[in-house]
Design a protein around this ligand. Sequence first.
Ligand SMILES: C[S@@+](CC[C@H](N)C(=O)[O-])C[C@H]1O[C@@H](n2cnc3c(N)ncnc32)[C@H](O)[C@@H]1O
Length: 248
Amino acid sequence: MDRQTLSALAHAEHPIAAPLGDPTVSDLLNRAIRRPDAHLLDLGCGEGAWLLRAAQEHDGVTAVGVDISGAGFEETLADAARLGVADRLELLRQDVTTYRSARKADVVLSIGAAYAFGELLPALAAARGHLAEDGVVVLGDCFWEREPSPELRAELEDGPQKYADLATTVARVVADGWTPVHGHVSTLAEWDEYEWSWTGSLAAWALDHPDHPDREQVLATSAAHRDSWLNGYRGVLGFVTLVLRPTP
Ligand SMILES: C[S@@+](CC[C@H](N)C(=O)[O-])C[C@H]1O[C@@H](n2cnc3c(N)ncnc32)[C@H](O)[C@@H]1O
């Protein structure tokens, strides 16, 4: 089974691909959307769950989501049609680093997708390029809640993106010319819900498909992820979502 299909299965019960509960997502959107006709852009939108929620809960907003994968787009657009908001939601399968639009966004989201740009500051630079005057950025990314073991650090920092502690992460954002007007640090309960949902959805699918050729692979993926979480990053890796406005 390819990674996209695995990821779609893993997120079946938690369409937001980050450790954030539903009330948190709504609260962050409420804080970021400052005008009824706001235009939203989500860079690395996953299946588009944030934008579907925004369109559902904010009558006049329009939204464009960009993701290189496109997994889940069809289902999200079908949900949007069912909810009567399809005319306000567009999902584009494209690389965010090459995405260009003449239309500036009042809210630019990038949740758990900074790695697409290399790391945090290039992601913010891209967001700034798409942002309307007086716009708001909602940026979600990992940080080290506690000092990781060298093995864990090596495992989770295997790409260009390196994490820092919360204070250092926020200080880097502020030094880059942003003022946090709100922030949410994911609780352990939000992490646990996300990780149980991720590993549990895969495990349940495998048990429900005993004759499927990919059953063993799916079970193994679930078990490996659960092990890496429970014996590794649980309580050590944090996730912060910042609501940011450009510092004048
Ligand atoms: C952890 S998921 C977060 C998805 C979404 N923001 C959410 O909170 O539900 C990261 C997403 O970034 C996307 N991504 C990674 N690199 C990308 C790129 N170069 N261009 C567009 N999307 C990218 C992945 O396909 C994935 O859907």
